[in-house]
Ligand binder design. Structure first.
Ligand SMILES: Nc1ncnc2c1ncn2[C@@H]1O[C@H](COP(=O)(O)OP(=O)(O)OP(=O)(O)O)[C@@H](O)[C@H]1O
Ligand SMILES: O=C(O)C1=C[C@@H](O)[C@@H](O)[C@H](O)C1
Ligand SMILES: [Mg+2]
Length: 165
């Protein structure tokens, strides 16, 4: 959460001339309310169901798009499975120390972080990291700005295509 998927995904799509889809944004448009409000009105369980349906449909019916997931989406096994079997999954990694310093930028718009102690947030961070290790490629972004992270992903894709062909 807040590692930079939306920011970097958007840049990556521009550099690769691909469509960009941000799953959080699409759900907000569909329900005509911000995610914080979706959590308040319908609850987290309903939100998780919405994101699962949206991602499953996207992975099944579209090609060649750059997709940015919501920060908690990959915790759902069905989402992990459909993403890993239909797409190239990049994990944007960040150390706890760097992420901790970024929290103040994201806390107000991420309901999962609200009313949690720093210790609870740290537990969430490490619990997620275990499952997010399931990916096709990962990049640590501690010392990369969004532009550098997008370029790194492009170079990784190019290398993959060269090896493949
Ligand atoms: N590489 C980076 N270096 C420094 N700040 C960054 C970097 N990438 C993103 N940010 C900043 O971190 C914040 C969160 O970024 P962003 O919304 O792209 O994260 P996200 O991974 O999409 O979050 P979510 O999981 O909630 O969807 C923004 O304020 C953004 O400007
Ligand atoms: O990390 C999370 O659980 C979330 C991150 C955001 O992208 C949103 O999908 C929502 O706020 C939940
Ligand atoms: Mg995002």
């Amino acid at each position: 959460m807040g590692v930079g998927k939306t920011t970097i995904g958007h840049l990556l799509a521009k550099k690769l001339y691909r469509d960009f889809i941000d799953v959080d944004y699409e759900i907000e448009q569909q329900y005509k309310m911000p995610i914080t409000q979706i959590f308040k009105s319908f609850g987290e369980t309903k939100f998780r169901q919405m994101e699962k349906e949206y991602i499953t449909n996207l992975c099944t019916n579209s090609r060649l798009k750059i997709i940015s997931l919501g920060g908690g989406a990959f915790m759902q096994e069905e989402i992990r499975n459909i993403c890993l079997s239909t797409s190239i999954v990049f994990f944007l990694d960040l150390t706890w120390e760097t992420w901790k310093d970024r929290l103040q930028l994201i806390v107000d718009s991420r309901p999962v972080l609200q009313n949690k102690s720093l210790e609870e947030i740290e537990n969430l961070f490490y619990t997620r990291q275990n499952l997010y290790a399931l990916n096709h490629s990962s990049v640590n972004t501690d010392h990369l700005d969004p532009e550098e992270a997008a370029d790194y992903i492009i170079n990784t894709l190019k290398l993959g295509w060269e090896i493949y062909s």
